[in-house]
Design a protein around this ligand. Sequence first.
Ligand code: BG6
Length: 488
Amino acid sequence: MDSMTFVLFGATGDLAKRKIFPALYNLYLDHKLPESFSVIALGRKPYSNDEFQTHVEEALKTFSRRFIDDHVQVADFIKTIRYHILDATNVEGYQGLLELVQQREKEFNLPENRLFYLSVGPEFFDVITLNIKESGLANTKGWKRLIIEKPFGHDLQSAQDLNEKLSKAFDENEVYRIDHYLGKPMVQNIEALEFANPILQTLWNNEYIANVQITASETVGVEERARYYDTSGAIRDMVQNHMLQMLMVTAMHLPKRISAKDIRYEKRKIMESLRLLEKGEVGLQVIRGQYAAGEIKGEAVIGYKEEPGIEETSTNDTFVAARLWIDDSFWSGVPFYIRTGKRMKEKSTRIIIEFKNPLKDLFLNQNHNEETAPNLFIIEIGPNTGVSLQLNSKNLVNEGKVEPVRVEFSADQKEVPEAYELLIFDALRGDSTYFAHWREVELSWRWVQPLLEAFEENSIPLHSYPSGSMGPDASHQLLEEDGFVWWD
Ligand code: BG6
């Protein structure tokens, strides 16, 4: 891996503390950082270098999935970090930053490979990128890359504007748009499950699959993010990015090779075939909800409108379910259902593939008139990670009744790397497979846009659901219309 400088904007923020530094530290423990590596940590807070390094050490102790209490070793990792105070909106300060980067490059004998990581609010994405360009930081003899966090735009137009601005400083192949769901090991595993198993590959189409269900349910509420969340809602916070990315990964066709170019091409093709909704039809295919008071795991919780910072009149969506159609020869006729929400019964992200069940009546006589259950292929993405297949089998101790059984595989949680470790490692080595290409983002916004407008105009119902449930009844009815149920 190339030696490089890692320039982190927003280094004193929450994401840096919880995810980015712990990820770098775990890569360090696994010897996955480049031989020579310099981190320039940028923020506005008046830390001295020593103070900042102590702050990072504390963050590692609290948030890293592994922490080896060996001061020498931690110090060895931390000494790669240099804190620098910068007002990122003011181009003048960038001269000092450039000098620091160059000084460290000299000191560590680094080639001018520079990775800029924008872990800052979206309002700063364009100004920072512009300042990187204007200041000459981007004029390197080596390579340059930009990692950018979500949200990428607030709607289709703002996403296009942002991309236009970024492209003045970075080419598409230099931009690494983070969607942390793409970093989840089980999301990355979907391609192997589908393409490395001929039995599944053969069945992965509309001849055998009845429907696909993608659920990301959370038990947390709005937390301390009222300002952001109330203008974003589940639609922007989860659907436009994570849910549609999981849909793309599940539905993509066999790529020519397992490479960033081919995989992203296949994902893009899915998005190009995704049927767009007219604003007037949104209510038929999409359910939106907002949590009311309720109980989660025995604890009473307040409703969304009672949350601090939320107006009583808020019509923000904390739940979205939708039925999507991919109009291509593989998927035509197969509904893809997605649902995501806050304050639901459990924290769980999973994808369930329900297979068609043409012989469901065959055992009616032996089974007290009960149909046999469909085969399900279940991909548990988090917090549990694993795969299971629901088959039917005679219960050998219950009069041979044909019943569903699960064949399961699960991974040991502690050993599974975090999404940020995988993503940062890929960005360090220049592999963009699990980052969102601009066209994926743009096409996702294109699909979401009429929903945003219908929500904005309140032209579809906003269903209330009790905290601790699996969302509004209307979301169950959506599947019942097609003769299906959500598999919980
Ligand atoms: C983030 C959203 O992108 O994903 C949060 O902004 C959400 O609102 C989170 O809670 C869920 O991620 P995970 O990894 O916990 O499923």
